[in-house]
Ligand binder design. Structure first.
Ligand SMILES: Nc1ncnc2c1ncn2[C@@H]1O[C@H](COP(=O)(O)OP(=O)(O)OP(=O)(O)O)[C@@H](O)[C@H]1O
Ligand SMILES: [Mg+2]
Length: 352
């Protein structure tokens, strides 16, 4: 069995279920669901502001999420309560008129209140999970300029209760070497490094915790094109050596294409398409995915002559006034956010 097939059959490491993260009226992430299998690289793609970083930050519990659940190795690590509160509100409203259903509605309200209690309890259980580490988007802003590289890399170990200086030093040196830096770098400050090296420091800070899941938030987008490949290769090496699972965030598809097993495409807080990488490139169905693909230049002059950039204009593409959209499975493992009419159309197109 190929490595990839093994991954497909493997255990689910992370499960994000109906995740909502609202900032007042801004629905930064709005009902997003996906799973990542152990050993897999899952690419999350979409334009600036669509909610990729917010999704990552929700997973590492930097927010108290608005609604939905996040499971890591089967354990619920984050939960929000808005959906239950809305259910209660609706049931209370019904109580006013549907007197015959009084007992049933009251039981339902009680059950929802229990859900809220359980959600709060699970969410509070632990603040941080060392098993999940994030490499932050901006390698300059995310490294404290007053701390040495050694202090930056060891911060998580110290917070986690490690006191033995020798152990800390050894782990810092190992992490530096693992990311292609040298132990002498531990005593220097972030400003003494190039952009690519700073991102390596960010990677070292994550891997020193020996995580199972790494969230790499646009780890190369701030870097020079020539350096991007180096950092991606580094992540790929580490993935193999450490058996890491990776949630790889990027805003353009060309970066995630070769690196990801599966890809999720986000648009304004929604997951609009999710499929195996090859399948997504072969049969892009959602018009937003098609527009992203049309933006990728290819080293083929014939193709380039014909390449037309498609712009996605939601109001032109969909009529969701009556027939409402949801994430629907078109082919096994290939999901598209669409209504019933679009579903039928997509189904027909892939069966031709
Ligand atoms: N802490 C916050 N408070 C209020 N609004 C926020 C906060 N963080 C993000 N937002 C808003 O949520 C939306 C999603 O932002 P997010 O940073 O997740 O996007 P992104 O997909 O990572 O974009 P980029 O590719 O530019 O990094 C944006 O409208 C942003 O302004
Ligand atoms: Mg971001």
């Amino acid at each position: 069995m190929s490595e990839r097939a093994k991954v497909k059959e493997g255990e689910t490491l992370l499960k994000v279920e109906h995740l909502c993260q609202y900032f007042k009226k801004n629905k930064a992430v709005d009902d997003v669901s996906f799973e990542i299998k152990k050993g897999e690289v899952f690419g999350l793609v979409g334009e600036s502001g669509c909610g990729k970083t917010t999704t990552g930050r929700s997973i590492i519990k930097l927010y108290d999420i608005t609604s939905g659940n996040i499971y890591f190795k089967g354990e619920r690590i984050a939960a929000g309560t808005l959906s239950y509160r809305e259910n209660i509100k609706e049931a209370r409203q019904k109580l006013k008129t549907e007197t015959a259903k009084k007992a049933e509605l009251e039981n339902y309200i009680k059950a929802q209140q229990e859900e809220i209690k359980a959600a709060k309890r699970d969410h509070k259980k632990r603040r941080f999970y060392t098993d999940i580490q994030m490499i932050f988007q901006d390698p300059i802003a995310s490294l404290d300029p007053r701390m040495t590289v050694g202090q930056i890399i060891s911060e998580g170990l110290v917070i986690n209760g490690e006191k033995d200086k020798k152990v800390i030093e050894k782990k810092v040196y190992e992490a530096l070497e693992m990311v292609g830096l040298v132990r002498e770098h531990a005593g220097r400050y972030p400003h003494e490094f190039s952009g690519g090296q700073r991102q390596r420091i960010g990677v070292a800070r994550a891997v020193v915790m020996e995580p199972e899941l790494i969230i790499a938030d646009e780890p190369v987008s701030a870097l020079d094109v020539s350096i991007q490949a180096q950092v991606i290769n580094l992540l790929d090496d580490l993935r193999e050596k450490m058996g890491l699972t990776v949630l790889f965030v990027a805003h353009d598809l060309s970066v995630v294409k070769y690196f990801s097993d599966r890809i999720g495409v986000m648009y304004y807080g929604k997951m609009v398409e999710l499929a195996d990488s090859d399948e997504l490139f072969l049969h892009p169905l959602h018009p937003y995915t098609r527009s992203l693909l049309s933006a990728i230049p290819m080293p083929d002059p014939e193709y380039e002559k014909q390449r037309k950039r498609i712009t996605y204009v939601p109001l032109k593409e969909h009529d969701y006034s009556v027939d409402k959209p949801a994430l629907r499975e078109i082919l096994p493992g290939h999901f598209v956010h669409c209504n019933q009419a679009e579903f039928d159309k997509y189904r027909a197109s892939v069966q031709e």
